[in-house]
Ligand binder design. Sequence first.
Ligand SMILES: Cc1ncc(COP(=O)(O)O)c(C=O)c1O
Length: 371
Amino acid sequence: MTSQTRPRTQRVLSSAYMHWAKTQSAAPFNLATSGVRHYTLERLGVSLSDLELSGASFYGYPPLQQAIAAKCGVSIDSVVAANGTSMANFLALAALVAPGDEILVEQPTYELIISAALYLGAEVKRFARPAASQFRLDASEVERAITPRTRLVVVTNLHNPSNAYADDETLGQIGDIAARAGARVLVDEVYLDAAFARAPRTAYHLGEHFITTSSLTKVYGLSGLRCGWILAAPALAERMWRLNDLFGVSQPHAAERLSCLAFERLPEIAADSRALLERNRALANNFLATRKDLESFPITDGMISFPRLLTGDVDALCALLREKYETSLVPGSFFEMPAHFRLSIGGETEMLSGGLQRLGAALDEIKGTRK
Ligand SMILES: Cc1ncc(COP(=O)(O)O)c(C=O)c1O
């Protein structure tokens, strides 16, 4: 067993990536953000009479529970409200994984999934989503890595960091493999709605052993509302609500009220994000097509890309961008792939355009300094 395939078990008490994101990622040309630019309070058209400070929302605020259930096409007893997809993932993992349980997580993945699982005492095994196949989710990789001890398989869809889309057929195959091993499948769908043209459906519909998480944060630019949720079979959802009692009483009620308003306007907010991302994808794809020093593939869904720097050092590139060009990217080392970087295209088009010019200049500069 190599160090790559050996399960990780050490307890972790922090996330290096989240600390970096909170302290280092901001920049005038921010290509490290993980969502579309913020939707404003003004555009939500809120009046004070829409808000209240406290309300009866112990196991979710019923109108918000209803709005989430209607959006996802599920019954209300399958919906567990959570503070963003972050807490949704944590709560789902905490309800599904006991210390010592083996879980199987895609590689690369969103770092917080690994940190949270290790914090909970899970034994984390990995299966590959190889760069060579454009990070496609491949059920045979899960089949190869799953064992009778596996309790949970975890994937992101769209994939963070690569943006790759997994269809229902592939997820269904993974569900079958997991079910045969007595395991469940957790799908983090925080980016899924950004595959606008596919009109995607949550994987929760694929069967009782699927659990999904999402939020209004990334695709709708509503990160500040912290409106997240888990979809789980009702008995499991009830278990998650009861576990959530350990973490607090309820969500801030004003945010719940604002989230209800956001759901009323969701088609309009989605159309706005879609128009922004279509413009930005065209810009980013033109840029990526001209760069012979990067290996990448066109961005067709979502808002991120995970190019590989063909020669040179990504950390040096990121440092140069930060120090000289006021531009930030996420170093691939946070995704266990240090030759890559994550480029986010969800910002305002003008900012993205400036950031890409700067990225081009920095890439030219490091090429010039190479012997
Ligand atoms: C795959 C994935 N899941 C969850 C999150 C956290 O989402 P939220 O802001 O809704 O808590 C992120 C944030 O970048 C993410 O990329």
